[in-house]
Each structure stands twice: as C-alpha cells, then as structure tokens.
Design a protein around this ligand. Sequence first.
Ligand SMILES: C[S@@+](CC[C@H](N)C(=O)[O-])C[C@H]1O[C@@H](n2cnc3c(N)ncnc32)[C@H](O)[C@@H]1O
Length: 180
Amino acid sequence: MTGAGKPGRARHDLGNLRHAQVCRPTSIHLLRRLVEAVPVADRAGMLTGTFLDLGCGKGGTLHAARQIGFARAVGVEFVDAFADIAEANLRRLGVTGAEVVRGDAAACDPPAGLRFLFMFNPFGEAVMRPAMRRIAGVPARPLYIGHVYPEVEHVLAEELPVMEVVHDLPAWSARLFRVP
Ligand SMILES: C[S@@+](CC[C@H](N)C(=O)[O-])C[C@H]1O[C@@H](n2cnc3c(N)ncnc32)[C@H](O)[C@@H]1O
C-alpha cells in the first residue's frame, strides 16, 4: 500500500482533520451482520482477500475481521495516537495478518487483494471523493462495501455508479453495497 507516511512515529499532514468525524468504535456484532449479508456464492472468495477499514481508529475492526475469517486486514489511520493504540492492541491480542497504515485515506492506494471495504462514517466529502476514486480503480470484483452512518453516501454512488445496495440494517444505520 502506498501513499502512507514512514512507519513508526511518522508525522502526517493533518490538514484533513477538519473533515474527520468523531471517533466511535464499531461493534463486532455489526461487522458480522454485514459480512453475513454477503451472498453465500461470494462469501468464501471474499474471505480469501483483504479487508480494509478506512479510518481504523484503535483497530477493533481489524481484530474482528481476522476473527470473522478474512485472510488479511488493513486499517488506514492518520492520527498517530490512534494508530499507536491500534498496533498495541493487535500485538497484545496476538493478532496476525493485520496491519495499520499511517496516512491520509485521501492519498492511500488500496491494498492488494481488497475485497471488503469498511467505513464507519470516517470523513466528509473532501476526503471521501479522492478515496473512492482510488477504490474505483481496484480490479478485483465483486467488491463489497460496508458503510455505517453513510452521511456522504452520494459520493460513493457518484464515484462507483455501478454499485448496488445488497442489504440495509436501519437499526444500525448501516448498509452493505456490492460493486459488481
Ligand atoms: C468513527 S472512527 C472509526 C474507527 C473504526 N473504523 C471503527 O469502526 O471502530 C473514524 C476514524 O477515522 C479517522 N480518520 C478521519 N479522517 C481520516 C483520514 N483523512 N485519513 C485517515 N484516517 C482518518 C479518525 O482519526 C478516526 O480514528
């Protein structure tokens, strides 16, 4: 994955902080519900690929994604304090096959093998649009997108016009999309 800063204590341009949303962690139950809503015909193949959380915060979804069965989990986070905690959590829990990329989601190329993108309303349109342009260039299909509190969902629809809604979880304000 490119576009991120140096590993370790890298400092990032935090200009996009003004577009960031308040950080709240996702429940593993919700993530499971989204993955279980993926049609059975696609699910096994999807799990052999990479799970990506844009704006991974303290890394809870990366742990959850590996527990659910994804071969690899990648989180992008531009606040070093959160990335530090995420890495410490993964180490403490002995999670392998998961990594945190420090950088701005607007400038990070998607990881190899991406099959499931997760976003918990991490940022506004100014970041979402360039991020989704990069996602649109991912060759592997189908690509699934789990989006919680989709405040700027119109940006996804504009950048990924072939995307279709697979499942709605109104109680969680969450949706699952499929990019065929
Ligand atoms: C609502 S929290 C979600 C945490 C995690 N995804 C979860 O579901 O538990 C959003 C996270 O996105 C991060 N974030 C916001 N804008 C970002 C950007 N432009 N690049 C990378 N991370 C960003 C914030 O620092 C925060 O940690």
